[in-house]
Design a protein around this ligand. Sequence first.
Ligand code: AMP
Length: 209
Amino acid sequence: MNLIFLGPPGAGKGTLAARAVEILELPHVSTGNIFRAAIAAQSPLGLKVKAIIDAGRLVDDETTVELVRERLARDDVKKGYILDGFPRTIPQAEALARFSAVNRVVNFDIPDSGVLERLGGRRVCRKCGHNFHTIFDKPEKENVCDHCGGEVYTRDDDKPEAIQKRLEVYRAQTAPLIDFYRRQGLLVDVDARPAVDEVVENFKKALGL
Ligand code: AMP
């Protein structure tokens, strides 16, 4: 099953994708995680995208589409994938349709107030990308990842100015994908406001699992 996770920044897509990976036994492909790994490694891609990402803007479609095209050509996605953070624009969705058939698009729905609460407290493991939250999901030892021992930090793009920018970008460029996929009969809506366990149950119901 080829699945896309759609929703505003802070809807919990990364956290839910980690749970969906266990339920569906499919790999999680997150363009944000790929970019952050490239930045950490100071690779040419990382150097190119760092300032854009820190400011909460979008990396250009050509670079992003090429990255996903290469990732989805690998063997581990033969049985399917959970694509999180891509597509984020209509041209990206049109490009994706040319090299991969999407089966379902899960739209995680949450109002701006919920987004601000979640992103303001979000912390991320620099090493494995696991998400934590200062109130809802603290690591056992402060600033240390429970899963891999990596450093837990605040993403530059989770700082207030960047959050505002990311919400604007989401509304202008990504939200139109909801109708794009609804018209194709691929969209399922999941209320992303409750706590994670409840959202996971809503997700399973929405997919008939
Ligand atoms: P995320 O972890 O999905 O919130 O992504 C973090 C940042 O990476 C975004 O704010 C963008 O700057 C960049 N990014 C991730 N996915 C894409 C995409 N599909 N298109 C353009 N930029 C992206």
